[in-house]
Write a protein that binds this ligand. Structure first.
Ligand code: SAH
Ligand code: SF4
Ligand code: F3S
Length: 470
């Protein structure tokens, strides 16, 4: 008999992508094999996100597309897991009673048992638990690409950003032991991985809970934060070419991490530093405890310490109570920080978060006008940042064929710029190749593989004149 097949659709952030790799690993140990699409698969798993309202709409849309297939083929299994499942719990089974299994963010390991239970159940099997005890890193992962791996260093979040639903879905922050992280990374490298991205909701508070529970001594050796300590330890792993991490929190950012980014060759010159708002009043309402000037100081320190660093960010527009003046401050800080790229979001009301009860919720049309202005500005900054790279030769890690042009391969610079190059014998998936950057757009560059020596990436100068007065 042919093996049963599975297809996973992933919504949301990198943690979810990594969870999907674990779900794939679990299904493959059960004997399932990958299918090309949801229609063909015997089992379809939706790994869901709840961060903004449109993530909810997308899931329910995709689920209803699948309903006719499920009704004509009762052997097909439909599984919903992850953050939206954790949030909506029984409601998913009520809205789509033909799903087989619903599980949350803490019980992926139970998937095989839940699937077996579903075989003999008339109604959806729903299991949501409130907290995990052990760190869920022992599950096998089936990686999407051979050369890159996500590595969890912590799960959950202890912050209380008022807009954010993540802490209620992923629980309190739990760090993984450094020895376990190192062992995983070493075995990944032995398996052909050359780039890792360290994942945590707040990577630079890494290890605090371990100290609190007395599992390790604080502070780290040489007075470094444990996160900097971890970067140094990973920097010594032979064969590991690139280390990335996401996301740090501005309130916890310390100079030793900038120094680590400068001094450890494998740590990439890319910093993702979420601003959220440029207005101190709004930051206070968001319960983000840094202020705009502190954020800009961090940006200056990063640009001053790490040659060529590229800085990306997340910004929310239209948070409750945001006035025109608050928004103008976000525009000013954005210009002053001269972000190399930015993810911009319209504020989305998430029941269960503290922001829902704040006054001053804004009309969506007003939020959208502001959103479009900010997005245009960040696009412009990104285009200018990419344009400064033209003529330089930079190292690309080739990811695979370009998604839009079959004649090209796509890769990323150390600064995380997406570059498409003409096909070349050296430009194979997983290869590190020098490429001359020739043309720039806001979200990508075009270039060609070359044997010329590498140049340093060109950093973004701080437009000092735009820095808002303190
Ligand atoms: N832990 C990460 C953020 C994870 S969520 C951090 O602190 O950086 C990713 C991004 O989604 C956030 O940075 C924020 O910009 C955005 N976001 C979160 N909740 C949102 C909401 N209710 N509406 C709009 N955007 C939101
Ligand atoms: Fe959400 Fe804030 Fe935690 Fe990030 S740091 S996950 S935005 S609560
Ligand atoms: Fe990630 Fe979405 Fe959950 S952003 S943590 S998958 S709510």
């Amino acid at each position: 008999m042919n093996a049963r097949t599975y297809f996973i659709r992933t919504y949301g952030c990198q943690m979810n992508e990594h969870d999907s790799e674990r779900a794939a690993g679990v299904l493959e140990t059960m004997g399932y094999r990958p299918a090309d699409d949801a229609e063909a698969a015997d089992l379809v798993l939706f790994n869901t996100c709840a961060i903004r309202e449109n993530a909810d709409h997308k899931l329910y849309g995709h689920l209803s597309q699948l309903k006719p297939l499920k009704l004509t083929d009762p052997g097909k299994q439909v599984v919903v897991g992850g953050c939206l499942a954790q949030k909506d719990q029984g409601a998913i089974a009520e809205r789509a009673p033909w799903v087989d299994v619903v599980y949350g963010t803490h019980n992926l390991a139970r998937l095989p048992a839940l699937l077996r239970q579903a075989d003999s159940a008339a109604l959806p099997v729903v299991e949501i638990i409130e907290q995990t005890e052990a760190f869920p890193s022992a599950l096998p992962a089936r990686r999407e690409v051979a050369h890159h791996a996500w590595v969890s260093i912590s799960i959950g979040c202890d912050n209380t950003c008022t807009f954010c639903i993540v802490p209620s879905l992923r629980g309190p922050e739990k760090s993984r032991r450094m020895g376990d992280i190192l062992a995983e990374v070493r075995s990944l490298v032995a398996d052909g991985v050359s780039e890792v991205t360290l994942l945590g909701q707040n990577v630079n508070s890494y290890g605090r809970d371990l100290v609190r529970r007395g599992e390790i001594a604080a502070p780290g050796r040489r007075n470094r934060t444990l996160f900097a300590e971890l970067l140094h330890a990973l920097g010594d792993v032979d064969g590991l070419e690139r280390i990335r991490f996401t996301s740090p929190h501005p309130k916890d950012f310390t100079s030793d991490v900038f120094a680590a980014m400068r001094d450890i060759p494998a740590v990439c010159e890319h910093l993702h530093l979420p601003l959220q708002s440029g207005s101190d009043r709004i930051l206070r309402r968001m319960q983000r405890s840094y202020r705009a000037h502190r954020f800009l100081d961090l940006v200056s320190e990063a640009r001053g310490t790490i040659p060529g660093v590229a800085i990306s960010t997340d910004i929310i527009v239209g948070f409750p109570g945001e006035t025109d003046e608050d928004f103008e401050q976000t525009m000013q800080v954005t210009a002053a920080a001269a972000f190399d790229s930015a993810y911009t979001f319209e504020y989305s009301r998430r029941p269960g978060t503290a922001a829902v009860d704040l006054d001053g919720h804004l009309e969506p049309s007003l939020v959208n006008v502001r959103y479009r202005r900010l997005a245009a500005r960040t696009r412009e900054l990104a285009g200018a940042s990419n344009a400064r790279q033209i003529g330089t030769v930079q190292e690309l890690l080739i990811e695979g064929p370009s998604k839009t042009d079959a004649r090209r391969m796509s890769g990323r610079t150390r600064t995380n710029r997406l570059v498409h190059v003409a096909r070349h014998p050296l430009a194979r998936a997983g290869a590190l190749v020098p490429a001359r950057l020739e043309e720039a757009a806001s979200f990508y560059l075009l270039g060609a593989v070359t044997d010329a020596p590498l140049d340093a990436p060109v950093g973004t100068p701080l437009p000092a004149a735009n820095v808002p007065a303190r």
